[in-house]
Ligand binder design. Structure first.
Ligand code: AHR
Length: 662
């Protein structure tokens, strides 16, 4: 036994001595660049049921009967007594289409013929079922119109076996011309993942119904008709510097008719014109025939969300071009003015005085104060001379009226190749404020490109790494957010931070995915109808956002940046307010490493440093609903003595050291 222990100790000793040892030098008093407050942000798009069926907490699918199939999501059940086939009466539900009412043309006309509860049911299945929570109040509302009163509605939630989970009734009383709103609330008595909403009709008569809606009351900030609190909280916990919205390809649309038009997403929700979501049909292997945009989450709500979570708003608007992978439609230059006007009006909507046309709309929606918009993207992944031609027209008009607004320009869908190079040169000639770069690439690419920005010109044109994610198997399909994707992003991000002089904004994409409704993987945050969890990639983002600092300082290994030597990656920053030096180290190798940090120019250091670390020996390890923080940061303290600090870098680890300085 004793010999065994002795042998073990010797082996451990040999192993320790054999660990690679490196000495990093950090010059805490030699800042090389400011880190923009916007540096780490988030990218929001209604993809993977991100908005409808996701963060927008509406539980009723197709509430206004505007889907291509007007009764999609709804089912009708009749007892023999009321079945029109049997009883020979009027069809119980007709879909009426008011052609002249373009924003919300359809409603249903319901005929109730001496029914009692149990005879006639209209039922909604929710997006992928309805997530229902015990003891939470549910707010039902409906717009109705009737000539005479005579119909009573029994509204109930049920589980998949039909067991009732809570109910209420409404007896619409208003009659005559115009639409009226009826509301009722009830509390659920159980939690279920896939419930549904049933409306039983009682009485005798006919009634028109529209905007049939059910919201949980536990929305973010308790706002009626608001957003899922758990999902917004995940964003707030990132403390993002900016939020880009509403996408992504959704800005472009499959064709110009289905482009994102912000003006159609503000004002009363019943006036917001629904369109098909472009991800409905995009991928044959992930069809989503019930995916539409109701715009209940529209531009007012996006600005409000940005304000709530302390992020600078970054709207992207259509540049007069639809998706160049899809329809390839462009608007002729002669017809571009309305598109440019949309951009100008958006600035007025966000920042304008309450007496201005669009400032008035914002104020009427409950926000007289401006939203402090400072930047805007023109086009998403657009490219070619057609893009430049349109971009120039937008830039001229916007800069003339609002010279302080920074404009984000597209460099296409890839960070290299002929299309990218052409745009990069032209945009720099135009002295672009920001060039938006996108890369969905392999972990190897992320490691190999850590120095990408080291040689980028230091001038007024800044980089927005607007969409990126490490794709582990490099193909479309069910790609995992695992520790390998996350640690390769952590390594790459050292290069973004080191180049904060050039890179002023960065955001992972896409943000959300519903387990039963995704089109694209990997994604930062996964949700089901009740819960959400952050992936390892989420926690890497959070480690950067919460440990940002405001100035980059040099960290070197043998006088070189730490960018892959022995699979080590490092960056350093200082927080001049908290008086801390923040050193980030990634060890992307399977072996532990013993490093020494020589901290120069920090004065007397605090006796203890905070260490925040993510580590796993399993590169394919993931988080899940049952183990949501399997791969997540752990915080500890470390004693610090003098200017030579010994730090261990465990195999496959990302570690941040926060050291107090004078
Ligand atoms: O993030 C998913 C998609 O990837 C975005 O909509 C698009 O901009 C990019 O191609």
């Amino acid at each position: 036994m004793k010999i065994k222990h002795w042998l073990g100790a010797v082996l451990l000793c040999i192993a320790t001595i054999a660990y690679p040892q490196h000495t990093f030098t950090v010059k805490a008093n030699k800042p090389i660049a400011d880190i923009a407050p916007t540096m780490w942000g988030i990218f929001f798009e209604d993809i993977n049921l991100g908005a409808d069926g996701g963060i927008y907490a509406e539980l009723v699918k197709n509430r206004s009967f505007e889907f291509n199939n007007p009764l999609m999501g709804w089912s009708i059940k009749m007892s023999d007594k009321t079945d029109p086939q049997v009883a020979g009466m009027n069809p119980p539900v007709l879909v009426v289409n008011r052609k002249e009412h373009t924003a919300n043309p359809r409603y249903i006309h319901v005929t109730v013929d001496n029914a009692v509860k149990g005879d006639f049911l209209l039922s909604n299945e929710g997006f992928r079922g309805m997530g229902i929570k015990k003891d939470i109040r549910y707010d039902f509302s409906v717009m109705y119109h009737q000539a005479t009163a005579g119909v009573k509605l029994h509204i109930a939630l049920s589980d998949s076996a039909g067991k009732e989970l809570g109910s209420t009734t409404i007896t619409p009383a208003e009659t005559g011309i115009g639409w009226h709103k009826a509301t009722a609330a009830f509390t659920a008595n159980a939690t279920v993942m896939r419930g549904r909403m049933n409306i039983w009709f009682e009485g005798n008569g006919a009634i028109d119904l529209d905007m049939v809606s059910l919201f949980p009351s536990d929305t973010w900030k308790g706002r009626p008709g608001g957003m899922r609190a758990d999902m917004v909280q995940k964003l707030a916990d990132l403390k993002p510097g900016f939020i880009r919205f509403p996408g992504g390809c959704i800005v472009e649309g499959y064709d110009l008719e289905h482009r994102y038009q912000w003006k159609k997403t503000v004002g009363p929700i019943e006036e917001r014109q629904l369109i098909i979501n472009r991800w409905n049909t995009e991928f044959a292997h992930r069809p989503a025939p019930d995916y539409f945009q109701t715009f209940g989450l529209g531009f007012f709500e996006y600005f409000q969300l940005a304000e709530d979570i302390g992020a600078a708003p970054l709207p992207i608007i259509n540049c007069g071009m639809a998706c160049q992978f899809n329809s390839k439609e462009v608007v002729p230059m002669d017809d571009l003015q309305p598109y440019i006007q949309d951009a100008l009006d958006l600035i007025e909507f966000a920042n304008g005085d309450v007496a201005s046309t669009w400032g008035k709309v914002r104020a009427a929606m409950g926000h007289p104060a401006p939203f402090n918009l400072t930047m805007m993207g023109i086009g998403n992944e657009n490219w070619g001379p057609q893009y430049l031609e349109r971009l120039k027209a937008f830039t001229k008009a916007i800069k003339e009226k609002y010279p302080a607004i920074k404009l984000i320009n597209s460099s296409g869908f890839a960070p290299d190749g002929a299309l990218f190079n052409y745009l990069d040169i032209e945009l720099r000639n135009m002295q672009a404020d920001f060039i938006d770069e996108h890369y969905y690439r392999s972990p190897e690419w992320f490691y190999a490109n850590v120095k990408r920005y080291d040689t980028f010109p230091r001038n007024n044109t800044k980089i927005f790494a607007g969409e990126y994610a490490s794709h582990v198997d490099g193909t479309k399909g069910d790609q995992k957010n695992c520790w390998l994707s996350a640690i390769s992003e952590a390594a790459f991000m050292t290069g973004l931070e080191r180049n904060a002089a050039v890179v002023n904004m960065a955001s992972y994409a896409p943000l959300f995915a519903h387990v039963d409704g995704w089109q694209w993987t990997p994604d930062l945050i996964w949700v089901n109808n009740l819960e959400s969890y952050g992936t390892p990639d989420y926690y890497v983002q959070q480690m950067y956002t919460l440990n940002k600092g405001n100035k980059v300082v040099p960290v070197t290994l043998n006088n070189e940046v730490v960018a892959g030597q022995d699979s080590l990656y490092a960056t350093a920053a200082i927080d001049t307010v908290k008086r801390e030096v923040i050193i980030k180290v990634v060890n992307a190798s399977a072996k532990p490493q013993e490093n020494t940090i020589i901290l120069e120019g920090a004065g007397k250091t605090a006796a203890q440093a905070t260490v925040i670390s993510m580590q796993s020996n399993d590169l394919l390890a993931v988080n899940s609903f049952t183990s949501p923080t399997n791969i997540s940061p752990k915080t500890s303290v470390m004693n610090v003595k003098g200017k030579k600090i010994s730090v261990k870098a465990a195999p496959y680890s990302f570690t941040i050291f926060r050291i107090g300085m004078q």
